[in-house]
Design a protein around this ligand. Structure first.
Ligand code: NAD
Ligand code: WQD
Length: 338
């Protein structure tokens, strides 16, 4: 079976391609390499023995998408491609709506033309907005994300709902990821942010490797058990497995199905640091800094629905996440740049 993976050279897409190949599924990748690296394909081959077929290009390119559907017997699409930096989305809203919203519409249109109507979409816990009701559960109304990135995910979710009402042949799975971290245990692939990382785990590992001086912990006066924010961290390998489970489920369903992909529990920023120090066997330089605009104090997933219907749950814990993040960073101090 062949599956089109958009954004397959990126962080979550590359890990998912490995799990697909392990299950005997052929991923075909489209990626414009805006934030992904071609060398990822060699690393996937090193791990699995198979280099996925790759089209370098943009999901907004209609002709390229038509060609890909003509040249491959694609049964479904897992759609990772998009822009994902929350802060940048505030500065560049048009780019975010263009790539994320228009790019997705363009992809769906090409799928429709090719009679491929199985679709798995990378959404985010950000669609729950700023609601203080935790844990987040799929039966809750979506909220009001406070930035263009989050709104782009919410708009796409609405578009997918409308599409499934208009044409019941579609089978659409929306996966709402919580906080993906970690890397493949081989240390051959992992998250490779451009410039100074925005997210906690790559920031920690870059401080540990000596590229950055000290981690600023944004806020220690939240009403949480230790004053720092709480998030639901999920190992990227567990997340990748979640896509396989969704693919199996998607085969037997129509309409739109929504799943949280999280561990179902929260850890604070200080707990992540303490776990890291345990793995690293050294103190991590950090200091407290003011709260970061837009951060919520605490949220995590209710992950029961995925457990019940997808027969999927996370297997790896915070220690595994930290260990594999550090393994990747220490083996590749400059990411994919050799
Ligand atoms: P990533 O940036 O590592 O991967 C995205 C890939 O898409 C990159 O390889 C990039 O080059 C490619 N891409 C971007 N624009 C493209 C375009 N116009 N045409 C073709 N390819 C394009 O990001 P990731 O962390 O792997 O995230 C994958 C998806 O999951 C994204 O949609 C993201 O919004 C979503 N998501 C990520 C997180 C997270 O914390 N990493 C959390 C929730 C949801
Ligand atoms: C986690 C915690 C920070 C960096 C983001 C997106 C979300 C989703 C996942 C895409 C927070 C604290 C961080 C640092 C810190 N992405 N922190 N110092 O903001 O929970 O989620 O990624 O869909 O939409 O918003 O993740 O890793 O940035 O932050 O103290 O240098 O770590 O304040 O409490 P976040 P994060």
């Amino acid at each position: 079976m062949t599956i089109l993976v958009t954004g397959g050279c990126g962080y979550i897409g590359s890990h998912t391609c490995i799990q697909l190949i392990k299950q005997g599924i052929d991923p075909v990748i489209i990626d414009n390499l805006y934030n992904g690296k071609e060398i990822v394909l060699d690393r996937i081959k090193k791990i699995t023995g198979k280099r996925p077929r790759f089209y370098q290009g943009d999901i907004r390119n209609k002709d390229l998408l038509d060609t890909i559907f003509k040249e491959n017997n694609i049964k479904g699409v897992i759609h990772f491609a998009g822009l994902k930096a929350v802060g940048e989305s505030v500065r560049k809203p048009l780019e975010y709506y263009d790539v994320n919203v228009y790019g997705t519409i363009n992809l769906l249109d090409a799928m429709k033309k090719a009679y491929v109507k199985k679709f798995i979409f990378s959404s985010s816990a950000t669609v729950y907005g700023t609601q203080p009701i935790i844990p987040y559960i799929e039966t809750m109304e979506t909220g009001e994300p406070t930035q263009p990135y989050g709104r782009s995910k919410l708009f796409i979710e609405k578009i997918l709902q409308d599409l499934s009402i208009a044409d019941q042949d579609w089978s659409i799975t929306i996966l709402r990821y919580f906080n993906p971290v970690g890397a493949h245990p081989s240390g051959l692939i992992g998250e490779d942010p451009q410039g100074i990382p925005n997210n906690l785990m790559p920031y920690i590992t870059q401080v540990a490797i000596g590229k950055l001086d000290s981690l600023a912990v944004f806020g220690n006066d939240y009403e949480t058990r230790d004053g720092t924010c709480i998030r639901d961290f999920i190992h990227v390998m567990d997340l990748a497995e979640g896509h396989l489970a969704a693919l199996n489920y998607n085969d037997t369903q129509s309409g739109v199905n929504i799943f949280n992909l999280g561990s179902g529990q929260g850890n604070s920023v200080l707990e992540v640091i303490a776990t890291f120090e345990n793995v690293f066997r050294k103190k991590l330089p950090y200091h407290f800094a003011p709260r970061r605009d837009g951060d919520l104090p605490a949220y995590w997933a209710n992950a029961d629905r995925a457990k019940k219907l997808l027969n999927w749950e996370t297997k790896l814990n915070l220690h595994d996440m930290v260990q594999d993040s550090w393994n990747w960073q220490s083996k590749n101090p400059n990411g994919f740049e050799e």
